[in-house]
Design a protein around this ligand. Structure first.
Ligand SMILES: [Zn+2]
Length: 279
C-alpha cells in the first residue's frame, strides 16, 4: 500500500466511523449537533472577517504614515539634497513593498486618496487600475448616477450598480485600465452586448449596452485601448454606455475613479512643465 492508498484508506475509515456514530444519535441529538456546527461556522466566518478588517486597518495606518513622511520629504526645505533624495528612495521602496498587497486588500476608491503622493511619483501604476473615463472628452454626459434610483423602464426603485454616460451611437469606448477581456456577452435583455475586463488588484470593469465589439475574449488590452462602440442594446432607453467598476467581486461606485488619472497627471505636469502629458 503506497502513501496515497494509505491516506485514502484512513480517510474512508474516518468517514465511515463518523457515519456510524451519527446513525446512533437520536433526532434531538442530531438537531443539537447541527446547531453547534452552524454556530461554529458563523463564529469562524465572523472571526475571519474581523481578522481581515484588522489587517486592512493596520495596513491603512502604516500606509498613511509612509505617505505623510513622503509628503514631508517632497516638500522639504532642504530641496533635493542627497540626503533628501536618499530618504525619498527609501520611503518609496518601503511603500512599494506593501502597495501590491494593499491595493488587493482595499474595498473601494476611498482608500486611494491617501496614496496620491505616492502615485504622483509612480503614476504609471494608474494605468493598471480603473482611473479614467471610458469615453472621449466631449462625447458624453453623465445621465444616471450610481446608487438608488427609479428604474427608467420598470419605474421601480432599484439600486443602479454603475453610471450611465449618454453618448451618440457609434462613439468609441475605451478600456479604463490595462487588463484582459474575460467575457463578451450578446443579449437582448439586461446589459445587452457587454464586455467585462479583469484588471490587476482585484478590479474588473463592465461596459454595457454596446453596439459593436472591437475586441475579442482573452485579448490583453492597454488603458485607453479601443474595445467597442456605444449602442443601445439590451434594456435601454437610448444610446449610452453603462459603466461599472467591480472590486473584489463587489460593485462599487465608479465616480471617484473617473478623475483619478487626470488629477494625478495634472499635478505631474504642473511640477514638470517640460514633460508632455499623456491624457
Ligand atoms: Zn445603467
Amino acid at each position: 500500500m503506497n502513501f496515497f492508498e494509505f491516506t485514502t484508506f484512513r480517510t474512508k475509515n474516518i468517514i465511515l466511523g463518523i457515519w456510524e456514530c451519527l446513525k446512533q444519535l437520536g433526532r434531538k441529538e442530531l438537531a443539537y449537533l447541527l446547531l453547534l456546527t452552524l454556530v461554529c461556522l458563523v463564529y469562524f466566518v465572523q472571526g475571519d472577517h474581523k481578522m481581515s478588517e484588522t489587517r486592512l486597518h493596520d495596513a491603512t495606518v502604516a500606509m498613511a504614515q509612509y505617505q505623510e513622511r513622503l509628503k514631508l520629504n517632497i516638500n522639504s526645505d532642504y530641496g533635493d539634497s542627497l540626503t533628501v533624495q536618499k530618504e525619498r528612495e527609501q520611503l518609496l521602496m518601503a511603500i512599494e513593498e506593501r502597495i501590491v498587497t494593499y491595493l488587493y486588500q482595499i474595498p473601494d476608491y476611498s482608500y486611494i486618496g491617501s496614496l496620491e503622493t505616492y502615485l504622483k511619483c509612480r503614476h504609471v501604476l494608474l494605468e493598471q487600475l480603473p482611473s479614467a473615463v471610458p469615453l472621449e472628452k466631449g462625447d458624453y454626459i453623465l445621465s444616471s448616477d450610481y446608487g438608488i434610483r427609479s428604474h427608467p423602464i420598470s419605474g421601480k426603485t432599484k439600486k443602479h450598480f454603475g453610471i450611465d454616460l449618454a453618448a451618440s451611437n457609434g462613439k468609441p469606448v475605451y478600456a479604463s485600465a490595462s487588463g484582459i477581456i474575460t467575457d463578451i456577452f450578446y443579449s437582448d435583455k439586461g446589459y445587452g452586448t457587454h464586455i467585462i475586463i479583469k484588471h490587476r488588484f482585484g478590479f474588473q470593469t463592465l461596459y454595457g449596452h454596446l453596439d459593436k465589439v472591437l475586441a475579442h475574449k482573452g485579448q490583453k488590452v492597454e488603458q485607453h485601448e479601443l474595445i467597442a462602440t456605444v449602442g443601445s442594446s439590451g434594456s435601454s432607453t437610448g444610446y449610452h454606455l453603462h459603466y461599472e467598476t467591480i472590486k473584489n467581486q463587489v460593485k462599487i461606485d465608479p465616480r471617484p475613479s473617473l478623475a483619478l488619472k487626470k488629477k494625478i497627471y495634472e499635478h505631474v505636469i504642473q511640477i514638470n512643465p517640460n514633460k508632455d502629458g499623456e491624457e
